[in-house]
Design a protein around this ligand. Structure first.
Ligand code: MN
Length: 293
Protein backbone atom coordinates (compact mmCIF):
# COMPACT_ATOMS: atom_id res chain seq x y z
CA UNK A 1 0.00 0.00 0.00
CA UNK A 2 3.09 2.21 -0.08
CA UNK A 3 2.21 4.50 -2.96
CA UNK A 4 -1.50 4.64 -2.35
CA UNK A 5 -3.08 7.92 -1.33
CA UNK A 6 -6.21 8.90 0.54
CA UNK A 7 -9.27 9.04 -1.70
CA UNK A 8 -11.19 12.23 -0.79
CA UNK A 9 -14.94 12.73 -0.64
CA UNK A 10 -16.20 14.94 -3.46
CA UNK A 11 -19.66 15.53 -2.07
CA UNK A 12 -22.10 14.46 0.61
CA UNK A 13 -25.51 13.85 -0.94
CA UNK A 14 -28.45 14.47 1.41
CA UNK A 15 -31.67 12.57 0.62
CA UNK A 16 -33.71 14.56 -1.93
CA UNK A 17 -37.47 15.07 -1.42
CA UNK A 18 -39.04 11.61 -1.73
CA UNK A 19 -41.41 10.66 -4.54
CA UNK A 20 -43.73 7.69 -4.93
CA UNK A 21 -42.97 4.82 -7.29
CA UNK A 22 -46.38 3.24 -7.79
CA UNK A 23 -48.37 3.46 -4.54
CA UNK A 24 -45.95 1.48 -2.36
CA UNK A 25 -42.42 2.77 -2.66
CA UNK A 26 -41.49 6.17 -1.25
CA UNK A 27 -38.02 6.80 -2.59
CA UNK A 28 -35.27 9.35 -2.41
CA UNK A 29 -33.38 9.48 -5.68
CA UNK A 30 -29.68 9.48 -4.69
CA UNK A 31 -28.27 8.91 -8.22
CA UNK A 32 -28.26 10.75 -10.61
CA UNK A 33 -30.34 13.89 -10.47
CA UNK A 34 -31.48 13.76 -6.86
CA UNK A 35 -27.77 14.20 -6.26
CA UNK A 36 -27.63 16.81 -9.07
CA UNK A 37 -24.95 14.79 -10.80
CA UNK A 38 -24.48 14.00 -14.49
CA UNK A 39 -26.09 10.85 -15.92
CA UNK A 40 -22.69 9.18 -16.28
CA UNK A 41 -21.08 10.47 -13.07
CA UNK A 42 -21.60 7.15 -11.26
CA UNK A 43 -21.47 4.92 -14.38
CA UNK A 44 -22.14 2.00 -14.52
CA UNK A 45 -24.57 2.80 -11.65
CA UNK A 46 -27.21 4.85 -13.46
CA UNK A 47 -29.85 5.24 -10.76
CA UNK A 48 -30.17 4.65 -7.04
CA UNK A 49 -33.62 4.96 -5.49
CA UNK A 50 -33.64 4.62 -1.73
CA UNK A 51 -36.75 3.86 0.29
CA UNK A 52 -35.58 5.03 3.71
CA UNK A 53 -37.16 3.34 6.74
CA UNK A 54 -40.91 3.84 6.89
CA UNK A 55 -43.73 2.18 8.80
CA UNK A 56 -46.24 0.11 6.86
CA UNK A 57 -49.62 -0.21 8.58
CA UNK A 58 -50.71 -3.84 9.19
CA UNK A 59 -53.62 -5.34 7.31
CA UNK A 60 -53.27 -3.30 4.12
CA UNK A 61 -53.23 -4.39 0.50
CA UNK A 62 -49.86 -5.30 -1.07
CA UNK A 63 -48.92 -1.90 -2.49
CA UNK A 64 -46.31 -1.39 -5.15
CA UNK A 65 -45.90 -0.76 -8.82
CA UNK A 66 -47.89 -2.52 -11.59
CA UNK A 67 -46.66 -4.03 -14.85
CA UNK A 68 -43.93 -1.94 -16.48
CA UNK A 69 -41.06 -2.64 -18.89
CA UNK A 70 -37.28 -2.34 -18.61
CA UNK A 71 -34.62 -2.62 -21.31
CA UNK A 72 -30.87 -2.08 -21.52
CA UNK A 73 -29.79 -2.46 -17.90
CA UNK A 74 -30.02 -4.47 -14.68
CA UNK A 75 -32.21 -3.72 -11.68
CA UNK A 76 -30.78 -4.70 -8.31
CA UNK A 77 -33.22 -4.68 -5.41
CA UNK A 78 -31.90 -4.98 -1.86
CA UNK A 79 -34.52 -5.55 0.84
CA UNK A 80 -33.12 -4.22 4.12
CA UNK A 81 -36.45 -4.31 5.99
CA UNK A 82 -39.75 -5.83 4.89
CA UNK A 83 -40.37 -8.17 1.96
CA UNK A 84 -40.83 -7.46 -1.73
CA UNK A 85 -42.68 -9.71 -4.17
CA UNK A 86 -42.03 -9.67 -7.90
CA UNK A 87 -43.56 -11.28 -10.93
CA UNK A 88 -42.54 -10.95 -14.59
CA UNK A 89 -43.23 -11.78 -18.21
CA UNK A 90 -40.62 -14.58 -18.34
CA UNK A 91 -42.71 -16.44 -15.74
CA UNK A 92 -40.28 -15.75 -12.90
CA UNK A 93 -41.63 -14.75 -9.54
CA UNK A 94 -40.43 -14.71 -5.98
CA UNK A 95 -40.14 -12.92 -2.68
CA UNK A 96 -37.12 -10.87 -1.70
CA UNK A 97 -36.79 -11.44 2.05
CA UNK A 98 -34.90 -9.20 4.48
CA UNK A 99 -31.21 -9.26 3.60
CA UNK A 100 -31.83 -10.83 0.19
CA UNK A 101 -31.03 -9.28 -3.17
CA UNK A 102 -32.75 -9.67 -6.51
CA UNK A 103 -30.37 -9.02 -9.39
CA UNK A 104 -32.40 -8.85 -12.61
CA UNK A 105 -30.78 -8.41 -16.00
CA UNK A 106 -33.66 -6.87 -17.89
CA UNK A 107 -31.31 -6.66 -20.91
CA UNK A 108 -33.45 -7.01 -24.10
CA UNK A 109 -36.59 -6.56 -22.04
CA UNK A 110 -39.07 -7.75 -19.45
CA UNK A 111 -42.37 -6.59 -18.07
CA UNK A 112 -42.59 -6.91 -14.33
CA UNK A 113 -44.48 -5.92 -11.18
CA UNK A 114 -42.99 -5.14 -7.81
CA UNK A 115 -45.03 -4.89 -4.64
CA UNK A 116 -45.05 -5.75 -0.93
CA UNK A 117 -45.16 -9.48 -0.25
CA UNK A 118 -48.68 -10.42 0.92
CA UNK A 119 -47.49 -11.62 4.31
CA UNK A 120 -45.62 -8.33 4.84
CA UNK A 121 -48.66 -6.27 3.82
CA UNK A 122 -50.61 -8.29 6.39
CA UNK A 123 -48.08 -8.04 9.23
CA UNK A 124 -46.96 -4.49 8.44
CA UNK A 125 -43.78 -3.13 10.00
CA UNK A 126 -40.66 -1.30 8.97
CA UNK A 127 -39.85 -1.15 5.26
CA UNK A 128 -36.44 -0.15 3.87
CA UNK A 129 -35.15 -0.91 0.39
CA UNK A 130 -32.61 0.11 -2.24
CA UNK A 131 -33.11 -0.24 -5.97
CA UNK A 132 -30.16 0.27 -8.26
CA UNK A 133 -30.20 0.48 -12.03
CA UNK A 134 -26.88 -0.75 -13.35
CA UNK A 135 -26.18 0.10 -16.97
CA UNK A 136 -25.13 -2.66 -19.35
CA UNK A 137 -22.31 -2.32 -21.86
CA UNK A 138 -23.76 -1.85 -25.38
CA UNK A 139 -22.78 -5.36 -26.44
CA UNK A 140 -24.92 -6.93 -23.68
CA UNK A 141 -27.99 -4.70 -23.82
CA UNK A 142 -29.95 -7.08 -26.05
CA UNK A 143 -29.01 -10.26 -24.17
CA UNK A 144 -31.91 -12.44 -23.03
CA UNK A 145 -33.25 -11.42 -19.62
CA UNK A 146 -31.87 -13.31 -16.62
CA UNK A 147 -32.16 -13.43 -12.83
CA UNK A 148 -29.91 -13.92 -9.89
CA UNK A 149 -31.96 -14.51 -6.75
CA UNK A 150 -29.39 -13.95 -4.01
CA UNK A 151 -30.31 -15.33 -0.60
CA UNK A 152 -28.66 -13.59 2.35
CA UNK A 153 -27.10 -16.74 3.81
CA UNK A 154 -25.35 -17.46 0.49
CA UNK A 155 -23.51 -14.11 0.37
CA UNK A 156 -19.81 -14.52 1.28
CA UNK A 157 -19.01 -12.59 4.48
CA UNK A 158 -15.51 -11.36 5.24
CA UNK A 159 -14.84 -10.73 8.93
CA UNK A 160 -11.95 -8.45 9.96
CA UNK A 161 -9.23 -9.97 12.17
CA UNK A 162 -10.54 -8.07 15.20
CA UNK A 163 -14.07 -9.38 14.37
CA UNK A 164 -15.47 -5.86 14.56
CA UNK A 165 -16.52 -5.36 10.94
CA UNK A 166 -18.21 -7.77 8.55
CA UNK A 167 -18.33 -7.27 4.80
CA UNK A 168 -20.98 -8.98 2.69
CA UNK A 169 -19.31 -9.36 -0.68
CA UNK A 170 -22.20 -8.97 -3.11
CA UNK A 171 -20.15 -8.32 -6.25
CA UNK A 172 -16.48 -8.00 -7.15
CA UNK A 173 -14.10 -9.08 -4.42
CA UNK A 174 -12.97 -8.09 -0.96
CA UNK A 175 -9.53 -9.39 0.09
CA UNK A 176 -9.66 -13.03 -1.02
CA UNK A 177 -13.46 -13.22 -0.93
CA UNK A 178 -15.22 -13.26 -4.26
CA UNK A 179 -18.68 -11.71 -4.63
CA UNK A 180 -21.71 -13.86 -5.32
CA UNK A 181 -23.22 -11.84 -8.19
CA UNK A 182 -22.22 -12.14 -11.82
CA UNK A 183 -21.76 -8.71 -13.40
CA UNK A 184 -21.27 -7.56 -17.01
CA UNK A 185 -18.67 -4.92 -16.13
CA UNK A 186 -16.26 -4.64 -13.19
CA UNK A 187 -18.23 -3.74 -10.04
CA UNK A 188 -17.50 -3.90 -6.32
CA UNK A 189 -20.59 -3.98 -4.14
CA UNK A 190 -20.58 -4.65 -0.39
CA UNK A 191 -22.80 -4.31 2.63
CA UNK A 192 -20.46 -3.27 5.44
CA UNK A 193 -21.73 -3.91 8.97
CA UNK A 194 -20.00 -2.66 12.10
CA UNK A 195 -20.35 -5.23 14.89
CA UNK A 196 -18.59 -2.83 17.28
CA UNK A 197 -17.00 0.63 17.20
CA UNK A 198 -14.31 0.24 14.57
CA UNK A 199 -12.78 1.44 11.36
CA UNK A 200 -12.02 -0.27 8.09
CA UNK A 201 -9.81 0.79 5.20
CA UNK A 202 -10.92 0.00 1.65
CA UNK A 203 -8.49 -0.01 -1.25
CA UNK A 204 -10.23 1.22 -4.41
CA UNK A 205 -9.33 2.14 -7.97
CA UNK A 206 -9.27 5.93 -8.45
CA UNK A 207 -10.90 5.71 -11.90
CA UNK A 208 -13.82 3.61 -10.64
CA UNK A 209 -16.89 5.67 -9.73
CA UNK A 210 -17.42 5.15 -6.02
CA UNK A 211 -20.06 6.03 -3.44
CA UNK A 212 -21.49 4.75 -0.18
CA UNK A 213 -24.99 5.03 1.26
CA UNK A 214 -25.47 5.02 5.04
CA UNK A 215 -28.26 2.54 5.82
CA UNK A 216 -27.94 2.50 9.63
CA UNK A 217 -26.02 4.77 12.01
CA UNK A 218 -23.46 7.26 10.77
CA UNK A 219 -19.88 7.10 9.55
CA UNK A 220 -16.78 9.26 9.55
CA UNK A 221 -14.85 9.19 6.29
CA UNK A 222 -11.06 9.61 6.22
CA UNK A 223 -11.15 10.84 9.84
CA UNK A 224 -12.75 14.14 8.81
CA UNK A 225 -16.23 13.97 7.23
CA UNK A 226 -19.38 12.82 9.03
CA UNK A 227 -22.10 11.22 6.91
CA UNK A 228 -25.49 10.74 8.59
CA UNK A 229 -28.10 8.02 8.18
CA UNK A 230 -29.80 8.05 4.75
CA UNK A 231 -27.09 10.22 3.19
CA UNK A 232 -24.56 9.24 0.56
CA UNK A 233 -20.88 9.99 0.13
CA UNK A 234 -19.63 10.44 -3.43
CA UNK A 235 -15.86 10.05 -3.84
CA UNK A 236 -13.52 12.02 -6.08
CA UNK A 237 -11.73 10.10 -8.86
CA UNK A 238 -8.33 10.43 -7.25
CA UNK A 239 -6.56 8.50 -4.53
CA UNK A 240 -7.32 4.96 -3.52
CA UNK A 241 -7.69 4.50 0.23
CA UNK A 242 -11.00 5.13 1.99
CA UNK A 243 -11.21 4.90 5.78
CA UNK A 244 -14.69 4.32 7.17
CA UNK A 245 -15.24 4.67 10.91
CA UNK A 246 -18.52 3.49 12.39
CA UNK A 247 -20.12 2.62 15.69
CA UNK A 248 -21.83 -0.63 16.65
CA UNK A 249 -24.71 -1.57 14.26
CA UNK A 250 -23.74 0.98 11.61
CA UNK A 251 -24.39 -0.35 8.10
CA UNK A 252 -23.35 1.04 4.72
CA UNK A 253 -23.88 0.01 1.13
CA UNK A 254 -20.60 0.48 -0.75
CA UNK A 255 -20.57 0.82 -4.56
CA UNK A 256 -17.62 1.10 -6.91
CA UNK A 257 -17.49 0.39 -10.62
CA UNK A 258 -15.49 0.92 -13.76
CA UNK A 259 -17.22 3.57 -15.91
CA UNK A 260 -18.64 2.28 -19.20
CA UNK A 261 -17.69 5.40 -21.21
CA UNK A 262 -20.46 4.81 -23.75
CA UNK A 263 -23.20 7.22 -24.89
CA UNK A 264 -26.37 7.29 -22.77
CA UNK A 265 -29.89 7.62 -24.19
CA UNK A 266 -32.40 7.37 -21.37
CA UNK A 267 -36.17 7.57 -21.41
CA UNK A 268 -38.37 6.30 -18.57
CA UNK A 269 -37.73 2.58 -18.12
CA UNK A 270 -35.33 2.29 -21.07
CA UNK A 271 -31.59 2.87 -20.95
CA UNK A 272 -29.84 2.61 -24.31
CA UNK A 273 -27.01 4.25 -26.28
CA UNK A 274 -28.99 6.10 -29.00
CA UNK A 275 -32.37 7.79 -29.51
CA UNK A 276 -33.11 5.28 -32.29
CA UNK A 277 -32.79 2.44 -29.80
CA UNK A 278 -35.23 4.20 -27.45
CA UNK A 279 -37.75 4.58 -30.29
CA UNK A 280 -37.24 0.89 -31.15
CA UNK A 281 -37.88 -0.06 -27.50
CA UNK A 282 -41.28 1.71 -27.61
CA UNK A 283 -42.12 -0.06 -30.90
CA UNK A 284 -41.12 -3.43 -29.48
CA UNK A 285 -43.22 -2.78 -26.37
CA UNK A 286 -46.26 -1.93 -28.55
CA UNK A 287 -45.69 -5.04 -30.61
CA UNK A 288 -45.67 -7.32 -27.59
CA UNK A 289 -41.97 -8.19 -27.75
CA UNK A 290 -41.64 -7.70 -23.99
CA UNK A 291 -44.12 -10.55 -23.45
CA UNK A 292 -47.30 -10.53 -21.41
CA UNK A 293 -48.02 -10.06 -17.76
MN1 MN B 1 -39.08 -2.18 -12.23
Amino acid sequence: MNNLKVRPLEKIVLPAEPHMVGDGFKVHNMIPNGARIALDRMSPFFLLDYNAKMDVTPGGLPKGVGAHPHRGFETVTIAYKGKVAHHDSTGSKGIIEEGDIQWMSAASGVLHKEYYAEEFAESGGVFQMVQLWINLPAKYKMNPPAYQAIINKDIPVYLTDDEKVSVEVIAGAFKSYKGIAHTFSPIEMYNILFLDDAEIVLETYAHYNTALLVIEGEVVINNESLINTDSMGLFANKGELITIKGTKNTKVLFLSGEPLNEPIASYGPFLMNTEEEIVQAFKDLENGKFGQL
